[in-house]
Ligand binder design. Structure first.
Ligand code: NDP
Length: 311
């Protein structure tokens, strides 16, 4: 890979990035795809995906991502490992710097950098991360065989994490800050029906307790009464939503109040001509694999039209 100017570079290898790569590869534009720090994106750490059309029996997230990668490679998409550490969108062609110091130049850029799990941001959470505190049941659940664990959050992720953890843990407690779960009915019902799962509502974490080496419990605060209660446990799983991976574009591209890239209505165009965004990095509302695939396709079509317009 020399320092020639590429037609189009895709940042990110979740469903949005891979779909853009399939379309641009098929259009003979030889896209260069930068893997990012988590190749395959969030679906690499999910279990079965049951709602991706075409897979009535469900498909494991990593398998789906492998198939998408294969499909992109078949159409001559080129992949490179590593993460982008710096972008300069003020110049044309755009310049990207990778963590190993390589500089890449491109006429069009597709941002498909996705989103990542959010953390509470308290000190004890940081102290015990990897030592009982996790944000990924599929990655770490295995270590909690016959243990007592808490899952924080009331959305679909929290339900999914809690259900997954019942495969290993002896007891799973869902802690939610409100009376009502945000999760879809089907997921909440599944969690409520599972005999290993109990729920604590109107509670938030006050502190994660430990012996300096590992988690030993959790202190909760009731948001109505203010009462503090301590509960012994071995693990705490955060499932409180996601934050978009868009900080590196701040100041160069318009972001919304939550840090998501703003795209124009019915398009993937950003505030910079020639830069397109797709998938979770620009989607606060839906955040589904299927919608990421859809916007990945849109970004490819938009980028192709842009490239035609500058030729
Ligand atoms: P959501 O934003 O839907 O839910 C986050 C949950 O965490 C909410 O219940 C929220 O509470 C709670 N929360 C947020 N911040 C805090 C905090 N500081 N302290 C305590 N609790 C907090 O995120 P998810 O990751 O669950 O889901 C994201 C999207 O992905 C959704 O569209 C979901 O449907 C989808 N998804 C679908 C799945 C599937 O179909 N199999 C699986 C997983 C996700 P509150 O409700 O009060 O705001």
């Amino acid at each position: 890979m020399g320092n020639e100017v590429r037609d189009v570079i895709i940042m990110g290898t979740g469903p949005a990035g891979y779909t853009a790569a399939i379309y641009l590869g098929r259009a003979n534009l030889k896209p260069l795809v930068i893997d990012g720090f988590q190749p395959g994106g969030q679906l690499m750490i999910t279990t079965d995906i049951e709602n991706f059309p075409g897979f009535p029996a469900g498909i494991p997230g990593p398998e789906l991502m492998m198939k998408m990668r294969e499909q992109a490679a078949k159409f001559n998409a080129e992949f490179t490992h590593g993460s982008v550490t710096e972008v300069d969108l003020s110049r044309s062609p755009f310049a990207l710097t990778l963590e190993d110091g390589r500089e890449l130049l491109t006429h069009a850029l597709i941002i498909a950098t996705g989103a990542n799990a959010k953390w509470l941001g308290i000190e004890s959470e940081n102290l015990y991360r990897g030592r009982g505190v996790s944000a990924c049941a599929t990655c770490d659940g295995f270590f909690f065989r016959d243990c007592k664990v808490f899952v924080i959050g009331g959305g679909d992720t929290a339900m999914e994490e809690a259900l997954y953890l019942t495969k290993f843990a002896s007891q799973v407690t869902l802690v939610h800050r409100r009376e009502e779960f945000r999760a879809s009915k089907i997921m909440s019902l599944r969690a409520r029906k599972n005999p290993k799962i109990s729920t604590m509502l109107n509670e938030v974490i006050d502190e994660i307790l430990g012996d300096g080496q590992k988690v030993t419990g959790i202190r909760l605060k009731n948001v109505i009464t203010g009462e503090l209660t301590e509960h012994a446990c071995d693990g705490v799983f955060m499932a409180i939503g996601h934050a978009p991976n868009a900080e590196m574009f701040r100041g160069q591209i318009d972001l919304d109040d939550y840090g998501y890239i703003i795209t124009k209505k019915s398009s993937t165009e950003t505030s910079v001509k020639g830069v397109f965004a797709c998938g979770d990095v620009q989607d606060f509302t839906y955040r589904q694999a299927v919608t990421a695939v859809g916007t990945g396709c849109m970004a490819a079509v938009d980028a192709e039209r842009f490239l035609e317009s500058i030729r």
